[in-house]
Design a binder for this molecule. Structure first.
Ligand code: CP
Ligand code: NVA
Length: 309
């Protein structure tokens, strides 16, 4: 049974598919689930900014009959005022689950180990699993068959890229990742993706050539070039990543019905141009909507039975 949601790699194939199937039901029949988390509370620890994650977890809890409590970096000052361990040991006495957005992925792993209540990874420097689950759900919703799907990710080999690699491996879709040299995905993540892909037949390929990467792509996905915490590298990265901009010219090299995808926030005019993100091929707001449905499924699976005995 699912205890925490930290990395897609931790999920069995059964659990991975269970989340997608439950999401489909929740999205189609939200009223059937409206009291499932009555009287349950979720603490939301944010060490970085957020629009989508905060709103979708908070609204998701509300729609399931529970409540979410937002804890900003200045509220609890995790790591300065108190160790993550002590924060967890307190929260587990009052709360039914915790969602964390922070820098080091190891902090989330350690927090979950210390804490008896379920912990959800809401983005670290290494991973963004809720995002990738919502993205795969969005693709599945539109195309059904992930087996013959080619997802191309362009840009930085970052948290979103890592979770997409791990998600693609579980879902059976093929993924092509194009990054400038030196910005490739983490080798440990590639090892896990290779391992997980053996079970489903999913393959990944790496390249530094954006035109090559988008050939035959069913979806072209990008993310910001400088992630939260890398703001001081923004100018340097803008030069290095310029050839990876998703513009009309690059999209024209993918399949004619290819989707454009982005986790958002987007830096328009940098990694993507307006004429792509605002085009009919763009499904970015469907991805954002599905964050709500996927996280409701994850919270239900983690919190529904817990602490009832
Ligand atoms: N995609 C995403 O996680 O958005 P926020 O940073 O706004 O939560
Ligand atoms: N890679 C981005 C994703 C934001 C949702 C970041 O970490 O800032």
């Amino acid at each position: 049974m699912l205890e925490d949601f930290i990395s897609i790699h931790d999920l069995s194939l059964y659990e991975f598919n269970q989340i997608l199937e439950l999401t489909e039901q929740i999205k189609a029949h939200p009223q059937r689930f409206q009291n499932k988390l009555k009287n349950k509370t979720l603490a939301m620890i944010f060490q970085k900014p957020s629009l989508r994650t905060r709103v979708t977890f908070e609204v998701g809890m509300l729609q399931l009959g529970g409540e979410a409590i937002y804890l900003s970096p200045s509220d609890i000052q995790m790591g300065t005022r108190e160790t993550p361990y002590d924060v967890g040991k307190n929260l587990e006495r009052w709360i039914d689950g915790v969602m964390i957005r922070t820098f080091a992925n190891q902090d989330v792993v350690d927090f979950a180990r210390a804490c008896r209540i379920p912990v959800i990874n809401a983005l670290t420097d290494l991973l963004h699993p809720c995002q990738a689950m919502a993205d795969l759900f969005t693709i599945k919703e539109k195309r059904r068959d992930l087996g013959n799907f080619k997802l191309t990710y362009l840009g930085d080999g970052n948290n979103v890229c890592h979770s997409l690699l791990l998600g693609a491996a579980k879902s059976g879709c093929n993924i092509m990742v194009a990054t400038p040299p030196g910005y490739e995905p983490n080798p440990e993540i590639l090892k896990l993706a290779e391992e997980d892909g053996k079970e489903t037949g999913s393959r990944f390929h790496l390249t530094d050539d954006p035109s090559e990467a988008v050939k035959e792509a069913d979806a072209v996905y990008t993310d910001v070039w400088a992630s939260m915490g890398q703001e001081q590298e923004k100018d340097k990265r803008a030069k290095i990543f310029a050839p990876f901009q998703v513009n009309k010219g690059l999209m024209a090299k993918a399949k004619s019905d290819a989707f454009f995808m982005h986790c958002l926030p987007a830096h328009r005019g940098e990694e993507v141009t307006d004429d792509v993100i605002d085009s009919p091929q763009s499904i970015v707001y469907d991805q954002a909507e599905n964050r709500l449905h996927i996280q409701k499924a994850i919270m239900l699976l983690l919190l529904e039975k817990k602490n009832d005995d």
